[in-house]
Design a protein around this ligand. Structure first.
Ligand SMILES: Cc1ncc(COP(=O)(O)O)c(C=O)c1O
Length: 439
């Protein structure tokens, strides 16, 4: 069969049989779905060999490129021994080793790993665990959660309850639990002349006021450290995290770090919250954990939290489960990811790479249509000032025509490439983005 026929046939079959995520399917009458025949490094290819630079790491999951030889080899080896075994009543080497090694990345402070599959399932676990901890600790009235304005924590009902993105949330409002919102420290909201740090500390007053009034009924603050992804890569000063941690300590409220997007080096350190020198009570990880290979999430927590569930009484235990909890293949991919981090000095190399990408994109930063150009680690973002309501859709289309996979959030264009992106690919990304801005 001709390759172009394979492309069109696949699209037809997909539109008939697959309900695609986060999509008004009717839009595909005008915006074509892209067939992916194979992928390698930073590139996705269709059957004709037409290629797209995956500048958003396939929804923020890919770290070391598609078809990574080391992750592939680890998975092949794992397939020969164990693909999956239920984790209730059973255990296996891969999940134990992963838990031990992840714990070391928290300096041993979060030594208990509870696994889920997608990011949202980790958020559900953290919210339930926090509530249940307080109940076990004799404070059953602590049932409420607080999050930042513009926060995003996933689409399941619990996670959506603490999310603040109207487009995803409003329709489902009758199904959701009420939760509180406090001012975001997003530095784009700073007053003229106010530093990012000063604004972060000013924003923390809103959290302080909230906790002052509601701490008795508040179980936890859930927060995306340093970068609020779905809010449009809203970046903020680490001072906010230090202040929020101190407030949670003062008012007896858990601190849930949702590092589902920011973890595994995206913001320049292995975990974003390290930049504030703090420890979370619950740390939610997913996305990059398997290098973008397989669904896996984990909630890591402290001995103190764990001990509150350890009891003769079954109902004081955390009776939560997902069928694929601790899946051996996913855990093995995660171990291969940790090997790459440790053996290739990824965090240090990314620091140099990040500086080079910032230099290579300076004409975008200085473009008359670009505003608030910003960077944290391996994430870059800017707003396009004269955007129309259909900007995101049209920019995406223009990018595809130039071999780029970019999906703006509203009028925010961002780059979050796999860490293996090379100078030539960066130059292509920068020049073609400039070309779209100029057109
Ligand atoms: C910060 C954050 N939390 C939670 C989620 C939900 O993860 P998932 O889509 O894997 O359920 C996301 C997804 O983008 C996220 O960015």
């Amino acid at each position: 069969m001709q390759t172009s026929t394979r492309n069109s046939l696949l699209l037809k079959r997909s539109l008939a049989a697959v309900w695609h995520p986060c999509t008004q399917m009717k839009q595909h009458e005008t915006l074509p779905l892209i067939p992916v025949a194979r992928a390698s490094g930073c590139w996705l290819y269709d059957f004709d060999g037409k290629r797209y630079l995956d500048a958003v790491s396939s929804w923020w999951v890919n770290l070391f490129g598609h078809g990574n030889a080391r992750i592939n080899a680890a998975l092949r080896e794992q397939l020969e021994t164990l693909e999956h075994a239920m984790l209730a009543g059973f255990t296996h080497e891969t999940v134990v080793e992963l838990s031990e090694r992840l714990s070391r990345f928290t300096g041993g402070k979060l030594g208990h790993c509870f696994y889920g599959s997608d990011g949202a399932s980790a958020v559900e676990i953290a919210l339930k665990m926090s509530f249940h901890y307080w109940r076990n600790a004799g404070q059953p009235q602590k049932t409420e959660f607080v999050s930042l304005a513009g926060s995003y924590h996933g689409e399941t009902l619990g996670a959506l309850s603490v999310t603040d993105v109207a487009l995803f949330k409003d329709i489902y409002a009758p199904l959701l639990r009420a939760s509180a919102r406090v001012t975001s420290p997003d530095w784009r909201l700073a007053a003229t002349g106010e530093s990012a740090r000063d604004y972060a500390l000013r924003a923390a007053k809103s959290l302080e006021q909230h906790l002052e009034q509601h701490h008795a009924t508040t179980a936890a603050l859930i927060i995306e450290p340093l970068v609020q992804g779905a809010a449009g890569m809203a970046m903020y000063d680490a001072a906010y995290l230090r202040e929020a941690r101190a407030l949670c300590d003062r008012y007896g409220v858990h601190f849930i770090a949702d590092e589902i997007m920011t973890g595994f080096g995206r913001t320049g350190t292995f975990f974003a919250h390290e930049q504030a020198n703090i420890t979370a009570d619950f740390l939610c990880l997913s996305k990059g954990i398997t290098g973008g290979y397989l669904p896996l999430s984990v909630v890591m927590t402290s001995d103190e939290i764990y001990q509150a569930f350890y009891d003769e009484k079954v109902t004081r235990g955390f009776l939560h489960s997902h069928s694929y909890t601790g899946n051996a293949l996913a855990c093995r991919a995660a171990l291969a990811v940790l090997d790459i981090f440790e053996q290739n000095n990824v965090i240090d190399l990314n620091r140099t790479k990040s500086a080079r990408i910032t230099e290579a994109t300076k004409d975008i930063a200085n473009h008359p249509r670009a505003k608030h150009f910003r960077n944290a680690g391996m994430i870059w973002a800017f707003e396009v000032t004269d955007s129309t309501p259909d900007f995101s859709y049209r920019f995406h289309e223009q990018a595809l025509a130039r071999e780029l996979l970019l999906r703006p959030i509203g009028n925010t264009v961002y780059f979050m490439p796999p860490y293996v992106i090379n100078d030539e690919e960066v130059a292509l990304l920068a020049s073609r983005t400039l070309n779209i801005l100029d057109s």
